[in-house]
Ligand binder design. Structure first.
Ligand code: SAH
Length: 193
């Protein structure tokens, strides 16, 4: 394991995520929206997350900046990062498969929105966010730079903390007791048994 391989793995993870998302993004453009919470706080927190998980690490991978924040490279940590990156991609795949046309990049309710409680959603209610946390962790393990490595945890962490309450409120307003019962039998990021 070398720094170059670790950087390539980060690029493959970002590319793999994008590739998994393309068909869903295309379909979501065709599925009418019944309710949209795409207001400025949502746009702002999505931008913060994109900066931390995408833009800052991409600049580091492409140019090596910011060099002042370089840390020693650990092949063992980077190898662990590969495993976590694969787990993140596998989880993304499962979440998109289960959510289907109910997925949106932001907080939106589709027309005929169905509450998904099967597949990976059976015991975890925010598995796509679990997958993003895994991505952020993989980034920190793969990239030997304090800024580019940890920007994912800070960026996605900001989106997660500022969004999760709004999302659960929106789901409760839309699905009422069905969502309350679903909340009682699931964990947010970790399965509840
Ligand atoms: N928080 C979820 C989904 C993220 S995508 C996760 O982490 O897996 C965000 C969109 O998914 C929101 O617009 C919301 O309408 C939709 N959504 C979230 N949970 C859902 C569920 N259990 N069933 C159907 N749609 C859901």
């Amino acid at each position: 394991m070398t720094i170059t391989i670790a950087k390539i793995v980060w690029l493959l993870m970002a590319g793999g995520w994008y590739g998994l998302r393309i068909p869903h993004a295309r379909r979501s453009r065709k599925t009418p929206i019944a309710r949209d919470a795409m207001l400025w706080p949502e746009k702002l927190r999505l931008s913060v997350s994109l900066t931390g998980l995408g833009i800052i690490p991409f600049i580091y991978v492409a140019t090596g900046a910011p060099a002042f924040a370089n840390r020693g490279f650990s092949p063992a940590l980077a190898a662990l990062g590969v495993v976590v990156a694969l787990a993140a991609l596998a989880m993304f795949h499962l979440t998109h498969k289960a959510l289907g046309r109910n997925w949106s990049v932001s907080l939106q309710m589709r027309e005929n929105h169905k509450l998904v409680t099967e597949g990976i959603y059976a015991r975890i209610r925010h598995p796509m966010y679990s997958a993003f946390w895994l991505w952020a962790l993989a980034q920190a393990l793969l990239l030997p730079n304090w800024v580019a490595g940890f920007s994912g945890i800070v960026g996605f962490g900001t989106l997660y903390l500022l969004r999760i309450g709004d999302e659960e409120r929106m789901m409760t307003e839309s699905f009422g007791d069905e969502y309350r019962a679903y909340m009682a039998r699931t964990g947010r990021l970790w399965p509840k048994f």
